[in-house]
Design a protein around this ligand. Structure first.
Ligand SMILES: [Zn+2]
Length: 450
């Protein structure tokens, strides 16, 4: 192992013979406090009796996926030394921010410089990634270590090449369960929020993108991992297009500073979903039929050459949807995709290259993906799997490109529910704010107004 593998990390080693490093700190992996045990890697507490091995050791049940940690193990760490080269002009990105994006970027930069916690609420398609660039650039100049973490692997995979290109003289690594890269010490880290469990006081700037997404939202273990991965003096930037109630409450209580960007990068408003109440849509599918209204909408879109994402509330419905669409539109090229699909990335790429007319998906593609000229249908938008945040995110897949900055979205429901109503209300609210705002005026919205 290299010395740098220990910088700002909690590392387990098989043999300690090669560990005669003066700076290394050794911590017991599991601490005992009476009948309770505490894991120093994932910071969870658990009872002594329940997680016992035949050899007498206890193990942590919470972070097993990172390798079993027992009371006989130790964790090794070296304080983050920020050993990064001088880099006076780190940003290689040639693009230009709109005046509104610039103002937002300036606020983020100021917050990061004074090591604050800050939430940016920017609508889907506002260009959050590019808005982060000036902040990251300044941090690199200060030789800080920077992490962009997000709950979703797809989002990591989208972010990585963009960051790599935008900062082509800066060391960077992509970390998640199926990442092709191995860990190495780097100034920029793109990872899933799960990976933060392995870090210890590493980051001067930690950005959590899509902070409202599963599995991060309401997950105490991951939220504690964020706190542990930051240096004691550091900034935390939270990015979201759909803040949760908890975040809005924190804003209301003045516990979290926040900025607000209600316009997309191209200045167009968000598509407002059309609601189709079709109580028999599931029954129709079992007969491989589509309701006439839905059929007509799809036919018009396909005739106009517009690609479509169709969201299914369940994996097991994917086959029925495929068969139905094939029967109704036999001439079209398409596929379906779900979380465990081995060809998932390949299919997403094929859709991106416009080789499919449509792709049927579960909520795995609810965020982080951009397809040009897209229209969207959600089947069963009133089903539990689609929370208000998911519905706003999915609707936000449409109209993202300059080629076609508008798009159409259909929510197919058996009946109207609160999540659907609130999602449409939120989109209309954001559009009203977007209409009000001019490029000269970045308004700060108080949570009370919302
Ligand atoms: Zn643990």
């Amino acid at each position: 192992m290299k010395v740098s593998d220990f910088y700002g990390r909690l590392v387990t080693v098989q043999s300690t013979t090669d560990l005669r490093l003066p700076q290394v700190t050794k911590l017991p992996a599991i601490k005992t406090s009476g009948k309770q045990l505490y894991c120093q890697r994932c910071q969870q507490t658990f009872s002594k009796e329940r997680f016992h091995l035949p050899n007498g050791a206890d193990y942590c049940p919470y972070c097993l996926q990172f390798g079993r940690l027992t009371s006989q193990d130790s964790l090794y760490t070296i304080p983050e030394p920020n050993l990064f080269p001088v880099n006076e002009q780190p940003l290689s990105w040639q693009g230009k921010l709109s005046p509104l994006q610039q103002k937002c970027a300036l606020i983020l930069k100021e917050q990061a410089a004074v090591k604050k916690e800050f939430l940016l609420w920017a609508v889907t398609g506002a260009g959050k990634t590019e808005i982060m660039f000036p902040t990251i650039s300044e941090a690199i100049k200060r030789k800080e270590r920077i992490c962009i973490a997000t709950p979703r692997i797809d989002v990591c995979n989208e972010l990585f090449p963009r960051l790599q290109q935008a900062f082509d003289r800066t060391s960077i690594v992509l970390l998640h369960a199926s990442s092709p890269m191995k860990y190495h010490y780097s100034q920029l880290v793109i990872c899933t929020t799960h990976q933060l469990i392995r870090f210890y006081q590493a980051f001067d700037l930690l950005i959590i993108d899509e902070v409202d997404a599963f599995p991060f939202v309401n997950n105490q273990l991951l939220q504690m991992a964020v706190a542990k991965a930051r240096k004691p003096v550091s900034s935390l930037l939270l990015l979201t297009a759909t803040p949760t109630k908890q975040l809005l409450t924190k804003i209301k209580q003045h516990k979290l500073a926040f900025g607000y960007l209600p316009l997309r990068f191209h200045g167009h408003l968000l598509p407002v979903p059309r609601i189709m109440t079709l109580p028999n849509w599931r029954r129709d599918l079992l007969h491989y039929q589509l309701n006439r209204r839905l059929f007509k909408a799809l036919k018009d879109w396909f005739a106009a050459g517009l690609p479509v994402l169709i969201f299914s509330p369940e994996i097991r419905l994917l086959v029925e949807i495929e068969k139905t669409i094939k029967k109704c539109f036999p001439q079209l090229a398409f596929s379906s995709v779900y979380a465990g699909d081995e060809k998932r990335e390949q299919k997403v790429q094929t859709m991106r290259r416009e080789k499919y007319q449509f792709l049927i998906t579960t909520t795995i593609l609810e965020r982080g993906v951009t397809f040009a000229k897209l229209n969207v249908v959600i089947l069963g938008a009133d089903e539990q799997v689609f929370r208000e945040e998911s519905l706003v995110q999915i609707a936000g897949r449409a109209g993202r490109s300059l080629k076609r900055p508008t798009g159409e979205v259909i929510f197919v429901c058996s009946m109207l529910n609160q999540a659907v109503k609130r999602a449409v209300k939120q989109i209309k609210f954001l559009n009203r704010q977007g209409e009000k705002i001019s490029n000269e005026n970045l308004s700060a919205l108080s949570a009370k107004q919302y």
